[in-house]
Design a protein around this ligand. Sequence first.
Ligand SMILES: NC(=O)c1ccc[n+]([C@@H]2O[C@H](COP(=O)([O-])OP(=O)(O)OC[C@H]3O[C@@H](n4cnc5c(N)ncnc54)[C@H](O)[C@@H]3O)[C@@H](O)[C@H]2O)c1
Ligand SMILES: O=c1ccn([C@@H]2O[C@H](COP(=O)(O)OP(=O)(O)O[C@H]3OC[C@@H](O)[C@H](O)[C@H]3O)[C@@H](O)[C@H]2O)c(=O)[nH]1
Length: 386
Amino acid sequence: MATRTDLDGRPIKPITICMIGAGGFIGSHLCEKLMSETPHKVLALDVYNDKIKHLLEPDSLPWAGRIQFHRLNIKHDSRLEGLIKMADLTINLAAICTPADYNTRPLDTIYSNFIDALPVVKYCSENNKRLIHFSTCEVYGKTIGSFLPKDSPLRQDPAYYVLKEDTSPCIFGSIEKQRWSYACAKQLIERLIYAEGAENGLEFTIVRPFNWIGPRMDFIPGIDGPSEGVPRVLACFSNNLLRHEPLKLVDGGQSQRTFVYIKDAIEAVLLMIENPDRANGHIFNVGNPNNEVTVRQLAEMMTKVYAKVSGEPSLDSPTVDISSKEFYGEGYDDSDKRIPDMTIINKQLGWNPKTSLWDLLESTLTYQHRTYAEAIKKSIAKPTAS
Ligand SMILES: NC(=O)c1ccc[n+]([C@@H]2O[C@H](COP(=O)([O-])OP(=O)(O)OC[C@H]3O[C@@H](n4cnc5c(N)ncnc54)[C@H](O)[C@@H]3O)[C@@H](O)[C@H]2O)c1
Ligand SMILES: O=c1ccn([C@@H]2O[C@H](COP(=O)(O)OP(=O)(O)O[C@H]3OC[C@@H](O)[C@H](O)[C@H]3O)[C@@H](O)[C@H]2O)c(=O)[nH]1
């Protein structure tokens, strides 16, 4: 491998990374990138390894020896501190992060996103280890603009909706709207990490992902996940398309999101890993402000793209409306709009997303079709046990 240099032209020294939650969607892509393009070592911690099996076996892989899987639950495992001590950098991805859980399992959500992250922060701080912690764009909550009258011209003014790391407030709903249990827990762990930096000198970077999507995201209910499970929107809509069912639009699909391709976003994380002087002490939005759609538009686009990649015609009525109460249950609420400001990440790391929404959906739905279409056909054909 040719000598790699950082953004300031200095050679990059190989490091050891303790990656917690390495077996998830983002972790699997980050491990893949680190193995194929860098000399770094990864201690991969998770309760599952299905999504990184292809990187762990067989032993003849070119990166064998550079990635080591440790099956552990950070809630109760005394090996955690030792593994953090062995590494130069810890990346914490572990979390419950599917909205269907926030209002139905608020205790698990708060424990996972705040309490379980505490020892990770503590061990990094006490052992002078650098930490990259995954937070979320949900810490912004709702936009200021959403509180303006519907016909206010100010709603069109970016000052009322663009989300900036250092100036935007965090606006959540009332306590009974348990949707915000996740965002609030993430906000508090961000504040704790920031305080560890300020008072005890912890070297940290906080990442706020804005709807990263791509292959291996979540699960397809009944195929590689529980049949009653509700994953995030990409997997929900993929599941509907694979089963030739209408896509369900929660409360009419009016909420807006910006989607970024996982492979673009992983480039940003690699820049953070390899440019500590530029990344330490910062909170970074990582998203694609150019890929904004309403959820309804996302459904329409996915329907078109899926017809193209599968060669199967779409339904006459491809979508159906459903109330949030019916879909998610009591206590659901939603972020209205999420446009990331890119000033800080541009200035510090020179990063910009590249992939359009159409292109990222095309490669992702090609993957979904190739991975799941046969299994779904078989599961539908199989008579159900009586
Ligand atoms: N994907 C996105 O767009 C997005 C957006 C905002 C924030 N995030 C944040 O990024 C991080 C990773 O998200 P993801 O999309 O890869 O989710 P994911 O659910 O695919 O990955 C999380 C991984 O953490 C593991 N994990 C959870 N609790 C654990 C524990 N106690 N011990 C060991 N492992 C544990 C899970 O098994 C899973 O493999 C999360 O913190 C999430 O909140 C992701
Ligand atoms: O089948 C579905 C699923 C979801 N939706 C809607 O689609 C939108 C996006 O839903 P997602 O499940 O992807 O989750 P959200 O964007 O609301 O939150 C996510 O954002 C950032 C991360 O922290 C988390 O991964 C998650 O909380 C929501 O408005 C939701 O109500 C549907 O209309 N139909």
